[in-house]
Design a protein around this ligand. Structure first.
Ligand code: GUN
Length: 290
């Protein structure tokens, strides 16, 4: 069984990006720049944004982190986005989700210039993805595609099951896997909380992407021998023996899945690292122009 190690695949993507930024530097050019906005102090969001900024540094990208209080007015956030849209030194804008309840997420996403929307969440970019046009692919599905590419996982003609229909992962993932691209051309079934016979559907899958946010949801009895298992779950589960008081758990029962799968992504150390690789690639793309 092959462990799809995110450290290895992400390092390969980052090495290529570092070569590109070094070439830009040698030519005396401006570096690609990512602006991240973090509203409030959700622990998980803090960790993700800090990691995004750190990875920018490691690959020679510039980055700015704008923090706003949890009770910030929506208008203040929108004004910051408008300012960054106009800033010629800012290539990519990322507003970390989720946002506090009083802020309308769709309004914020639509305020971002589609040419700087490195999350690929703007309806213009989602529409471009659906139509197979050049766009920013949302970072997590993009990272999964890069992972499949790195490990030469064949997808053409395979049955893929995506569990979860979020705008961030499940839905764009289902579109990509069904697209006519190198890591696509699958027959895709997208499952959600109303799906009947989920176990039977999963047992017919050659590839399963679990992106529902329920720890250990996908058990061994739901997996066909030889299937490829992609675990997108990153739920914090309390654990008094862990240094931080919690552990990160995936959506897949790892030990049971290992007994069945031909390849699997670990959690942590799998898809999470690839998400950042996808984001960095999108930021380089924004710098170069879509
Ligand atoms: N929250 C969880 N995943 C993501 C992501 O990919 N981008 C943003 N902006 N927020 C997130």
């Amino acid at each position: 069984m092959l462990v799809l190690d995110g450290k290895i695949a992400a390092a390969a993507v980052k090495a290529t990006l570092l070569e590109q930024t070094q070439a830009l530097k040698a030519a005396g050019k401006r570096m690609p720049h990512l602006a991240a906005i973090l509203v409030g102090n959700n622990g998980a969001s803090e960790t993700y944004v800090a990691s995004k900024v750190k990875n920018c540094e490691e690959t020679g990208f510039g980055s700015s982190l704008y923090r706003m209080d949890a009770d910030v007015e929506e208008a203040v956030l929108l004004a910051k986005i408008a300012e960054l849209n106009q800033d010629p030194n800012c290539d990519g804008i990322l507003v970390q989700l989720p946002l506090p309840k009083h802020i309308k997420e769709s309004k914020v996403i639509e305020a971002i210039d589609p040419a700087k929307d490195v999350d690929g969440f703007h309806p213009v970019n989602v529409g471009r993805l659906v139509q197979g046009l050049n766009t920013f692919i949302p970072a997590t599905p993009y990272g999964i595609i890069l992972m499949l590419e790195h490990f030469n996982i064949e997808t053409k003609g395979k049955n893929a099951v995506v569990i979860g229909r979020s705008n961030i992962v499940g839905r764009p993932m289902s579109i990509l896997l069904s697209s006519n691209i190198a890591q696509g051309n699958c027959t895709v079934t997208i499952c959600h909380s109303h799906t009947k016979n989920l176990k039977d559907i999963c047992l017919g899958a050659d590839i399963i992407v679990a992106a529902l946010g329920v720890p250990n949801f996908l058990t061994g009895d739901m997996i066909k021998p030889g299937a490829v298992i992609i675990d997108v779950g990153i739920t914090r589960v309390e654990d008094a023996t862990a240094k931080k008081g919690f552990r990160i758990k995936g959506d897949v029962h790892y030990e049971e899945a290992c007994a069945k799968a031909s390849a699997i992504t670990p959690v942590p150390g799998g898809v999470g690292l690839m998400t950042i690789a996808g984001l960095l690639k999108n930021t380089m793309k924004a710098y170069q122009g879509l």
